[in-house]
Design a binder for this molecule. Structure first.
Ligand SMILES: [Mn+2]
Length: 363
């Protein structure tokens, strides 16, 4: 198997000392906790590494990265996930070996990654419940709400990604991180921070990123397919939407566009080609609330809302029978796109007017 984007050795700039970086990162995790986890790994011959359902690159990159780091120690690792690896995750070496069903139940240890509740491992957990209830589980996660589902739980909300936490753990235990492992862990760190953009990014996150790049991880190979590449038909569809259906009110603080069935057909685009368009609208100067009106096959309209602080689009969506998060919510209406726009936009305009005269802070 070849990894065209994964280089095997890196020429470091003068003065960059990876060993010094490694010792700083190794100090980022509690020694006793790392030792307790290692005591589970040491005697294990064959391990099941679990990524949560609907996997993101942090879940899969953590599982595959750990497998690449443990394999040289003679550990046989099976990486499993309830759902298949998404097609655009070609930057994860070893993804071909990820299974959606267990080949058998002959495992000495289960390592559950990026979720602290067994139910989050989805159909895999449901299908093999008796096995998981009896198994020895080691759990790594970084979600603040994580309950921990293992005999040993290493849960660190300061880590921006489970992959950051695993980097600390492996370096604390003096386990070598080969290039394939570095690439997988870097994918987790980069995508959980959206290229070090989100405020979960700490100086330590960047140090872990620096270490992983130093060991052979390639940022571009991850960032380009995750955030930039799109089918030509999607570019055409966005062109149509932005040309014909873009509207604003309230001095540009409310912005919207529409995806019509006819536009999808004209562009030759798939129905999910609006993915990312609401955020793209939000990235327009001065916008407080964005809305995307998407015509449904039954003639109704699905409305996606996004907001900048302090606006609460979940509350607005609830008024139309929907819901969601404070800054990202949605609902469905029975009427067509133009009637939906006519009914919803005045409500958004009022919300922005009531939200105060100062432009919203961007998050
Ligand atoms: Mn994560």
């Amino acid at each position: 198997m070849s990894h065209p984007h994964t280089i095997q050795s890196v020429t470091l700039p003068a003065g960059v000392d990876l060993d010094a970086l490694a010792s700083i990162l190794a100090g980022g995790i509690d020694d006793d906790l790392a030792e307790a986890a290692w005591r589970l790994i040491t005697p294990a011959r064959r391990m099941l590494l679990l990524a949560h359902e609907h996997p993101d690159p942090d879940a899969l990159g953590s599982a595959l990265g750990l497998a690449h780091a443990l394999a040289p120690l003679g550990k046989e690792c099976v990486v499993a996930c309830a759902d298949p690896v998404p097609a655009n995750y070609g930057f994860l070496p070893g993804r071909e070996a990820v299974v959606t069903r267990l080949p058998d139940e002959d495992f000495d240890l289960v390592i559950a990654l990026d979720a602290g509740e067994l139910s989050r491992y989805g159909a895999l957990y449901d299908r093999y419940k008796p096995f998981f209830e009896a198994a020895t589980i080691l759990n790594f996660d970084h979600h603040v709400t994580s309950a921990g589902c293992g005999r040993v739980n290493i849960i660190d909300p300061i880590s921006a990604a489970t992959a950051e936490l695993l980097t600390l753990f492996l370096l604390n235990r003096r386990v070598d991180i080969p290039a394939a492992a570095a690439q997988c862990l870097l994918a987790g760190v980069i995508t959980d921070t959206r290229s070090f953009e989100f405020d979960a990014t700490t100086p330590r996150t960047l140090m872990a990123g620096a270490y992983l790049v130093g060991r052979g991880g390639v940022p571009e190979s991850i960032i380009k397919p995750m955030y930039r590449m799109k089918p030509l038909a999607k570019a055409r569809l966005w062109g149509i939407a932005l040309d014909r259906d873009l509207g604003t009110v309230a001095d540009g603080r409310v912005i919207w566009t529409a995806i019509r069935r006819s536009s999808l057909a004209e562009a030759g685009a798939s129905a999910d080609s609006d993915d990312g368009l609401p955020s793209y609208l939000m990235d327009t100067d001065g916008v407080a609330i964005s809305a995307l009106f998407k015509e449904q096959p039954d003639g109704g309209t699905k409305v996606s809302l996004r907001a900048a602080a302090p606006y609460d689009v979940a509350a607005l969506a609830r008024r139309f029978g929907g819901g969601g998060h404070i800054r990202a919510a949605g609902f469905s209406l029975a009427e067509g796109v133009d009637d939906a726009i006519g009914r919803v936009i005045p409500v958004l305009e009022t919300a922005v007017a009531e939200g105060g005269s100062a432009p919203a802070d961007r998050e």
